[in-house]
Ligand binder design. Structure first.
Ligand SMILES: NC(=O)c1ccc[n+]([C@@H]2O[C@H](COP(=O)([O-])OP(=O)(O)OC[C@H]3O[C@@H](n4cnc5c(N)ncnc54)[C@H](O)[C@@H]3O)[C@@H](O)[C@H]2O)c1
Length: 439
């Protein structure tokens, strides 16, 4: 049986040992926060390069402060390993592995399955396992619980506890981070929920909301991301209609957002990217089929968002046409390949699809991204410009802005570009607008 009082005492006395499985964008910041809160923390990853970097105090995640990581390593509070047998030394395991889609756009739950098996194999009696990866409702209870019981030979709720608590980190957000973003916890049974919430209350400074089950917590995370996906699709559809009607969609949204209630502003762009917004709704779409339900709104939203890179190419072709220039052979500079502003993550970035479609039409594409100097996409590699200078910009027939990074000198871009297609309205403060067209 789990000793609830004993576990609470370990939390209070900081004797609890925490394990974090998966040291990526979510796991590393979480591991550092847990160590900073005074808990001995062990990070686990299958990539030995990441483990070596962490153990050497070398940071590779933008949201982690370099000196925090270095200090946690040198003080011995944090360490990393590829050896899962150390799971036997931890009391609280947070799993933060990827949940991508497979080639058929279906959930690829293999990372959750494999990491759960490894945790189960070495799980200590009396410990808690929490899944933080975004996934379909039912993963914790239907997939993880039997796997953990099978691998450990123990019983959930009696020998160990299991919960789901979605990670909400927003990379690059300067206000909200892992430590101060409210967290939702849903465990299998009240004790699992309460003890998991107690751990987070001692690590984070945000509110911790306890919900009635893992399924509620799993579903609320999907709701958050689907809400964004659908609202971005609406903004994109508005942009397409507005262009046809000769209306500035950005002015429309800025006017609408003066309403103090009932409206939240979302903005159009070249599509959606990242490891969450374009993927997570499909986890629900897939699971819903089991219940004979077809998630029409989600799929329509996805259709619109997926069309946006092509729309950007079509609009660019129209701009070039005005200058009697064909897409085939045009020299185009793409500004930004990250999926969002001020970060170095290009997973699922719509800019990559824009580039691919331009290249398929015969355009000659260069890109500049101050955070990403080379990338790999669908088996090919591309290197970007190392710097953006006033003598390079006039060499292009068109500059297409696909990411709203703050550190680009947009006044210089305006001054030297022949023509600019700004899909993010990032040049809104540039005064001379004679060569700027907005999405
Ligand atoms: N990146 C975000 O902004 C964000 C925000 C909220 C939620 N999420 C969710 O968090 C989860 C993790 O996302 P991420 O962006 O941190 O992914 P990531 O790819 O950056 O990191 C995942 C890490 O897990 C490791 N890993 C894979 N299989 C493993 C295994 N069996 N054992 C141990 N380690 C393993 C990988 O090597 C990698 O280092 C996903 O479900 C994602 O949807 C991500």
């Amino acid at each position: 049986m789990i000793n609830k009082e004993g576990f609470l005492h370990k939390i209070e006395s900081k004797d609890l040992v925490i394990g974090v499985i998966g040291l990526g964008y979510v796991g590393l910041p979480l591991a550092v926060e847990k160590a900073k809160a005074g808990y001995k923390t062990i990070g686990f990853d299958i990539q030995s390069e990441k483990v070596d970097m962490v153990n050497s105090g070398v940071n590779y995640i933008g949201d982690v402060v370099d000196s925090d990581l270095a200090l946690m390593i040198s003080s011995g509070k944090l360490s990393a390993t590829t050896d899962f047998s150390f799971v036997k030394d931890v009391d609280f395991v947070a799993i933060c592995v990827p949940t991508p889609l497979d080639e058929y756009q279906q959930p690829d739950i293999s990372y959750v399955r494999e990491s759960t098996k490894m945790v189960g194999k070495y799980l200590k009696a009396g410990s808690i396992v929490v899944l933080e990866s975004t996934t379909y409702p039912g993963t914790t209870e239907e997939l993880m619980k039997p796997l953990l019981e099978q691998e450990s030979g123990m019983k959930c709720g009696e020998d160990f506890y299991l919960a789901f608590s979605p990670e909400r980190v927003d990379p690059g957000n300067l206000i909200y981070n892992t430590k101060n973003t409210p967290k939702v916890v849903g465990g299998i049974g009240k004790d699992a929920t309460q003890l998991t919430a107690a751990v987070y209350r001692n690590v984070l400074v945000s509110d911790i909301l306890e919900v009635s089950s893992p399924k509620v917590a799993e579903m609320e995370k999907i709701l958050e991301n689907t809400y964004r996906n659908i609202n971005i699709a609406l903004a994109n559809e508005m942009a397409i209609i507005c262009e046809k009607m000769g209306i500035d969609v950005w002015e429309v949204i800025n006017a609408a957002k003066t309403k103090p209630y009932g409206f939240t502003a979302f903005y159009p762009g070249p599509g959606v990217g990242g490891h969450c917004i374009p993927l997570d709704p499909f986890y629900l779409t897939w699971k819903s089929r089991e219940f004979d339900y077809h998630t029409r709104l989600i799929e329509t939203a996805n259709e619109i968002n997926t069309y946006m890179p092509q729309y950007v190419v079509e609009r660019s072709a129209k701009i070039l046409n005005r200058f009697k220039k064909a897409l085939n052979g045009a020299k185009i500079l793409i500004l930004g390949v990250a999926y969002k502003q001020n970060i170095d993550d290009y997973r699922e970035s719509p800019a990559l699809r824009v580039i691919r479609q331009f290249e398929e039409s015969g355009a000659d594409i260069d890109y500049f991204d101050p955070y990403i100097f080379e990338y790999k996409y669908k088996g090919s590699e591309k290197s970007g410009l190392l710097e953006l200078t006033s003598d390079i910009i006039p060499m292009y027939d068109l500059v297409v802005i696909t990411t709203a990074h703050d550190i680009v000198n947009y006044d210089m871009v305006q001054q030297y570009a022949k023509m600019i297609f700004d899909t993010k309205n990032v040049m809104k403060n540039v005064k001379n607008r004679s060569n700027i067209e907005l999405l």
